[in-house]
Every structure is written in C-alpha cells, then in structure tokens.
Design a binder for this molecule. Structure first.
Ligand SMILES: [Zn+2]
Length: 159
C-alpha cells in the first residue's frame, strides 16, 4: 500500500523509519495506524516473549483495545519514536492517526512519542529495556511514558 506523504526506508536512528515524501503542513493527517484490533491481554500473550521488539507492532488504544500491526498492519508501524517528535498519534473515535505537529520538510524522518504505558509488574530495569537513542536535546532516555512526579504532601493537622 502506498501513502502520498511518507515512505519507508533505512533509518539512522533505528532500522527502518518513515520519511516525508514532500513538505507536510502542520496538522496534516499522514497515515492511520492499522492492524488487527485485539485486547491488550491477547497482545500480551502474543508478544510475551518479544520484549521491546513488540513495541514495533503494538499500539494501545485504550483498556480494551490494542492494535497489532503485525497482522494487516501498514507502513505506520515503521515510524520511530522520538522524545522531540514532529508528529503525534491522535485518537479519533478509537482509530489512531499519525498527524504532523509542525511543518515537516521533504526527506525528514517522521517521529512520534510512543509514550509507552507503564505497569505495576514492569521489571526494575524496564527503562533500560526500552532505552531511547533519539538524540534529542530533551531525550528522556526511555520510550516509556514519563514517571509521574512525586509531590510532597503535608500531613493533615488534627485539631
Ligand atoms: Zn529520546
């Protein structure tokens, strides 16, 4: 399947990537993230042994739905992660689209922030497993969602 905005070729960041075929205006809907829609539980079972490799093909829509681009997926699965991306993933009634967040010049590699969900049973070295090498000045070193800030809290006074 061809897409008029992007093509897949070798990426200097990670294996293959999506590249702009022409100048893309901010807000342009570039491509839909397609694949088989399954439950997150089924996705876990399918890719239990794949580890970080599974992120190449899985997109979590909500608590009930994960898109497995390993089955009937399109070129959207090749778009790499960056902590300083030029695209974002937009949920439009449960369908996921990759849209430009700024003007992208012809030939630029496309990126969005994978913002991978964390879970309670993540290994302590999970950030190392999902290490980010995007090279952005603000790279957080991980493709997982940022850790929630820990805020100090005052004790309630008993009176
Ligand atoms: Zn990064």
């Amino acid at each position: 399947m061809t897409n008029k905005y992007m093509e897949v070729r070798k990426s200097p960041i990670h294996r293959y990537g999506g590249f702009a075929l022409k100048k893309i205006r901010k807000g342009t809907r570039i491509i839909e993230y397609q694949g088989e829609r399954i439950s997150p539980k089924e996705a876990d079972e399918r890719y239990a042994k794949a580890g970080p490799k599974s992120i190449v093909v899985l997109f979590n829509v909500d608590k009930k739905t994960t898109i497995d681009a390993g089955v009937d997926g399109n070129d959207a699965r090749f778009i790499n992660h960056s902590c300083d991306p030029n695209c974002e993933a937009v949920d439009d009634k449960g369908r996921i689209y990759i849209e430009a967040t700024r003007t992208i010049e012809k030939g630029e590699e496309l990126f969005y922030d994978y913002n991978l969900t964390r879970s309670k049973d993540d290994a302590p070295d999970v950030d190392k497993q999902y290490l980010c090498r995007c090279g952005a000045a603000n790279c957080r070193g991980s493709m997982l969602e940022p850790l929630k800030a820990k805020r100090s809290k005052a004790k309630k006074r008993k009176d």
